[in-house]
Design a protein around this ligand. Structure first.
Ligand code: DC
Length: 256
C-alpha cells in the first residue's frame, strides 16, 4: 500500500509539508482536519451547541462535505476547495471561531465514527492506487494510530507551541486577518490539551512513526526527509518521485 500518514499538533507543518510531498510523489493529499472543521462550521451555522453530542453527531451524518481541486478562478492561496452542501466554505472553516470550537467537535465519538469510516475508505482506495493517483498522503491527528494503522510510512511532525503560534499568526496575517499572538498561543495550548487528552483517538505518535521536529527546518528540508523515507518504505516502482531535485514554489511559512 502506498500510504503516508502525517500526524501532529496544529501548525506543526503538516499541511504545507504534506501537500508538497504529495505533489512530488503524485499522490493524493488528504487533509482530514477539513472534515472536522466543515462539521464544526455547519454546527455553528445552525446554532447548535457544540457540546450537544447527539445533535452534533447528527450534523456529521447529514452534512455533505466535498473536497475538490481548486478551479482556475479560485487561485487565492487555497490548496483545495471545500464545500458544505454546495456552499464554498474553504476560508470559513479557517476562522478563529471554528478554531475555537473544532476540538470539542473532534472529541465527539459520534462525529469520529462517521468521519472515521469515510476517511478510512478514501485512504484505502487511494493507497491501493484505485483512485487514479499513485498513492495517498493522509494528514490529521490519529491517521497513523487509528484510521490507517497499516500504512507503511508514518510521520509525526512536531514543533514547540510558541513557534506553532507564531506560524499560525503569520498565516492569518497573510490572509489579512487580525493576529493577536497571545490569544493564538492560548487557543493553541487549549486545543493541544483537548486533542491529546480526549478519550477517543487522542493525538499521539504511532509506535512506529518517524518523529520529525520541524523547528528550525524549512519546508523543503522536511519534505526531502519524507521523500527519502518514502523511497525506502513504499513501493514506488515506476512511479518514481517527481522532480527529486527541483526547487518548489510556495515555500513560505509552514502552515498547520
Ligand atoms: O488539522 P486541523 O487544525 O485542521 O484540525 C482541526 C481539528 O480537528 C483539531 O482540533 C484536531 C482535529 N482532528 C482530529 O481530531 N483528527 C484528525 N484526523 C484531524 C483533525
Amino acid at each position: 500500500m502506498n500510504a503516508i500518514t502525517i500526524d501532529g499538533p496544529a501548525a506543526s507543518g503538516k499541511s504545507s509539508v504534506g501537500f508538497e510531498v504529495a505533489r512530488r510523489l503524485d499522490f493524493l493529499f488528504f487533509d482530514t482536519g477539513i472534515l472536522y472543521r466543515a462539521v464544526t462550521w455547519a454546527v455553528l451555522q445552525q446554532g447548535i451547541d457544540v457540546a450537544d453530542i447527539e445533535a452534533v453527531g447528527q450534523v456529521a451524518e447529514r452534512t455533505r462535505i466535498d473536497i475538490t481541486a481548486p478551479e482556475s478562478q479560485q487561485r487565492d492561496g487555497r490548496q483545495v476547495t471545500v464545500t458544505v452542501d454546495d456552499k464554498d466554505v474553504t476560508w470559513a472553516v479557517r476562522t478563529p471561531r471554528v478554531d475555537q470550537n473544532v476540538s470539542t467537535v473532534a472529541a465527539n465519538r459520534l462525529v469520529r465514527q462517521t468521519l472515521g469510516v469515510q476517511q478510512r475508505r478514501i485512504g484505502l482506495r487511494h493507497g491501493s492506487g484505485a483512485g487514479g493517483k499513485a498513492g495517498v498522503v493522509m494528514m490529521g491527528r490519529d491517521i497513523g494510530t487509528v484510521i490507517l494503522p497499516e500504512a507503511p510510512l508514518k510521520i509525526y511532525l512536531d514543533a514547540p507551541v510558541d513557534e506553532r503560534a507564531r506560524r499560525r499568526g503569520q498565516e492569518l496575517a497573510a490572509r489579512g486577518r487580525e493576529t493577536d499572538i497571545a490569544r493564538i498561543l492560548e487557543d493553541m495550548r487549549r486545543r493541544d490539551e483537548v486533542d491529546s487528552g480526549r478519550a477517543i483517538a487522542p493525538l499521539r505518535p504511532a509506535d512506529d512513526a518517524h518523529l520529525i521536529q520541524t523547528f528550525g527546518l524549512s519546508i523543503p528540508q522536511v519534505v526531502e526527509k519524507i521523500v527519502l523515507l518514502a523511497q525506502t518504505h513504499l513501493e514506488l516502482g515506476q512511479a518514481r518521485p517527481l522532480d527529486l531535485t527541483a526547487p518548489q514554489e510556495g515555500t513560505g511559512a509552514l502552515q498547520e
